[in-house]
Structures are given as C-alpha cells and as structure tokens.
Design a protein around this ligand. Structure first.
Ligand code: GBH
Length: 477
C-alpha cells in the first residue's frame, strides 16, 4: 500500500493565459500570447485564449471544484499584463483585486496558493522593446515581482518566479512554436540568461518585501536517454542536450555558474557577453524548493554533420530547431505507449530524476509542480467522462514519486496538470490535459474519472486502484 503522510502536498496546477479568458477586460493589457495566437497559422485551428475556460468570471465555481477535490494546494499563475498592463509603471487595481479575491477564496477553503509570476504571458509592450532578448526585461520583471509581494504577500504560500524558462527561451525565440515566434538562436541564448537573471532579481525583490518568503522556480527537466547506451558518441549527445536544456538553468540558478561545455558547444553562436560581472551572484539565490515539471523522456543520438535535427517532441511543426548549437544531435522516437501529444510514457524516469536531483542538491527539497497527460476522453450518453489512461498515468507517476521518496529523495508535493482542460498553447483546445472536462460551447465543467480518483487519493492519502473512479457521495461535480 502506497501511503502519503499529512505533510505531503497534493495539488493541481493551471496557468493564467490557458484558463482565464477575459483578455480585454478590466484594464488587462495585451500579452505576447494574444498577439501570437491571433497570428494566422500560429495555433491549431487558429485557437486563442480570448475566452479559454472563462475562469476570470467562473473562478468562484473553480475554487469550489478545488475544495471538493480535497486539494491541499493549488498552483496558479498571475498574468503580468492583467496586473501591470504594459509591464512597467502603474498597477491595474482591478487586476490585482482579481488575484486578491482568488487567493482569499483559496485560503478560506483551506487550500495553499502556490503562485507563479511568469507562465509565458509577457506584456506585449515589453516584447516590442526586445522581450527576453533585452536585459531590461529582467529588471522590469523584478519590479513586477516586488509589487506583487507588496500587494499579495501575506496571501501567497510559495512564490515561483518562472515556469519552464526552457520553453520561453527556446520555443519562443529559437523554434518559434511559442510566442513571440522568433527563430533566432543567438537571441534564444540571450533570453536564457535574461530569464536566469530575472529569476535571481525577482527572488531578491520578493525577499526585500517579505524576508521569509518561500521562493522557488519551476524547470522542465529533460530526462535523457542515449539511443545506444554503449556508444560514447550517443553519450556525448546526451551530455550536450543536458547542457543546453537542463544545466543552462540549474548551473547558474543552483550552482552559480554556466556549464563550461555549454559555452564551448555554443561558441559559434554567441560569446555569452550578455553575462555581465556580478550577474551570476544575483542568479544564484537560496531557494526553498525546486519545482519539477515532468511529462516524458527524450532520446538522442549523434548524427552526421548536416543531418538536420529532428524534433519529435510533439510540438507543432517548425522548420527551426529549439536545440541551439546541437546540429549534430538527432532525436529518436522512443517506444510507446504514447499520450495524445505523442509523448512516451515513462514513470520510472520521474523516480530517477527526483533521485538524481536529490543527489546533486541534497539540501534542496523538490515539488513536482506539473505532471499529467493529454488523452481523448470518452463521454458516455449519461454525461460521465471516462479517462482510464489518464488515471493510469497519474497512478503510475504518483507511485514513481513515492518510490523516489522511499529511496531518500526529499519530494514535498505533487501537482496534477491540469485542473481543467484548457488552452494548450500552440495546440489550442485540440489537446485536453484536465482532470475536469470543459465543454467549450457551454463552458460547463464535468469531473472526469481521474478527478474522482484524485479526490479519493487526497481523502485517503493512499494511492487508489486505477479502477477506483466512481463518484463518492461526498463529492460534487
Ligand atoms: C508544460 O509544458 C507547461 O508548463 C504547461 O503550460 C503545458 O500546458 C503543459 O506542460 C502541457 O504541455 O523537449 O522536445 O524533447 C511542457 C512543455 C513538454 C516541453 C515536453 C518539453 C519534451 C519534448 N514540455 N517537452 S522535447
């Protein structure tokens, strides 16, 4: 029997642009995702976040679902352009009030709020001034973080600076499949550094206001496999992708330096002169916890010169690669099973990742801030929503977290991605990750089997069997 003690935190996660809608209401300014999603061809079916789950108007109902699920915590993100429409200068009181009311409702329901300051919706005006390629953006972010600490400080349990800066830098500025849709490898590396700097400056700014603030960052770790583990060339491809994807962030944030092999591998692209004296000391801040987003593994091999890097990531097609400086790395499709994103399912890799992080950073607790899967749900005539593969996915990955804990990893919590079906970035509404189904015509919410299953877990704190998906009399939904 797999059991979790009372201190282990079970939650679920969302992000502002993916659920809120109301993009032009109450003084919200435009973000790069408004611009990008309205660009023809950028997203599947031209979907945008204009309405999304209409969470901006339905948040009270959604807090009701969070409470009914028995969640210990809820991970949300603040839309920077909603609280500070141009990314600089005066705050928008209506935007601040929205988050204050939401945080109060969560607290009243006994749910810890974990707040991410940046889940990809950069104010458009900051992009017009250069976006993450511009060092000034890092300082604007710190000002925004300070303002949020002042306005919302006592209501937030844990602050997370950035969600997955890998995606912001490489999908936004190298492959261009995310906003702002730029395809400039050197710019992507400048963005990496300015994001790292933004993180450090923001942690400092938050702690100027709230000296004891719990601060973290969420990274999407690439768990890498060599196509041929016995081939040293494939092992070197693993090392190279680990540098550009993982250690480009953990190096400066957690160890105070960029990896030397990363600088060497990218020497033809940039001289890294955007890293100024003193920056690394700023980036390297003590953190309360490290957020870990995990979905799948990545397999690579050494490719001959000129063999274009294939990106089998399940991102929408792009001619440009997110893998800056990795022209001689090829990506190999792994054995299934796969989710609807085309991502292979590998729960044992989550155990490995958590143990590896514990070994490298023994005093830094981890929290799984996202894990989940897109599948096509089956809606039966009586309106029940069946998602047995999502239940299995969650079951196996939560068991993988328990296994890591048994072997000594200091993992403090697990957040299912996502509370609701929502705007899945370039895939729009064509991919559903929610444990609660959203009908995009009526915006009605319906608990899937996985929500009933997760509610059983939060209530009993024992991992339920995968067929334990029947609604309980104590549940709404
Ligand atoms: C997260 O991104 C986001 O935080 C969240 O907003 C989103 O809805 C959710 O996951 C589901 O997509 O790097 O090419 O080897 C996850 C993005 C997905 C990026 C897996 C890396 C691995 C393939 N990550 N992907 S690859």
């Amino acid at each position: 029997m797999t059991t979790f003690g009372p201190d282990f935190v079970f939650g679920s996660a969302t992000a502002s642009y993916q659920i809120e809608g109301a993009v032009a209401e109450d003084g919200r300014g435009p973000s790069i995702w408004d611009t990008y999603s309205h660009t023809p061809g950028a997203t599947e079916y031209g979907d945008t976040g204009d309405v999304a789950c209409d969470h901006y108007h339905r948040w009270r109902e959604d807090v009701g679902h969070i409470a009914a699920l028995g969640l210990d915590a809820y991970r949300l993100s603040i839309a920077w352009p909603r609280v500070q429409p141009t990314g600089r200068g005066p705050l928008n009181p209506a935007g601040v009030r929205f988050y204050r009311d939401l945080l109060d409702a969560l607290t009243a329901a006994g749910v810890q709020p974990l707040v991410t300051l940046y889940h990809w919706d950069l104010p458009q005006e900051l992009e017009d001034a250069g976006g993450w390629a511009n060092r000034d953006t890092a300082f604007a972010f710190a000002d925004y973080a300070r303002a949020m600490a002042q306005e919302l400080g006592d209501r937030v349990h844990t602050w997370t600076t950035l969600n997955e800066p890998w995606c912001t830098a490489y999908l936004g500025y190298a492959s261009g499949v995310h906003a702002p849709g730029r395809t400039e490898p050197a710019t992507a590396l400048a963005a990496v550094h300015h994001l790292n700097l933004a993180h450090g400056l923001a942690v400092q700014a938050i702690r100027e206001v709230l000296p004891d603030a719990r601060c973290s960052v969420t990274l999407n770790f690439h768990v890498l496999r060599a196509a041929d583990p016995a081939d040293p060339e494939d092992a070197d491809a693993v090392r190279q992708i680990d540098a550009v994807a993982n250690r480009a962030f953990t190096g400066p944030m957690l160890e105070g330096a960029y990896p030397e092999d990363l600088i060497a591998d990218t020497a033809a692209i940039t001289d890294w002169s955007f890293v100024r004296d003193g920056d690394l000391a700023v980036v390297h801040q003590p953190l309360t916890a490290l957020g870990v987003n995990y979905y799948s593994t990545t397999m690579v091999r050494r490719a001959p010169e000129g063999d274009a890097t294939s990106d089998n990531s399940g991102h929408r097609e792009s001619a440009a690669s997110p893998w800056v400086g990795a022209d001689r790395v090829a990506f190999v499709r792994e054995p299934g099973p796969y989710t609807a994103m085309g991502w292979n399912i590998a729960p044992e890799a989550l155990t490995e990742l958590l143990l590896d992080l514990h070994r490298r950073y023994p005093t830094l607790p981890t929290v799984v801030t996202e894990n989940g899967a897109a599948f096509e749900d089956e809606v039966s005539p009586d309106g029940r929503v069946h998602d047995p593969r999502r239940v299995s996915y969650l079951h196996d990955h939560i068991a993988a977290v328990a296994a890591a804990r048994e072997r000594g990893a200091d993992v403090r919590g697990y957040f299912a991605w996502s509370l609701l079906d929502n705007f899945e970035w370039a895939w729009g509404y064509a991919r559903r990750f929610g444990i609660i189904r959203v009908d995009y015509d009526t915006l009605e919410r319906t608990w899937k089997g996985s929500a009933h299953w997760y509610a059983r877990l939060t209530r009993t704190r024992e991992l339920p069997a995968v067929d334990d998906v029947e609604p309980s009399v104590r549940e709404v939904g």
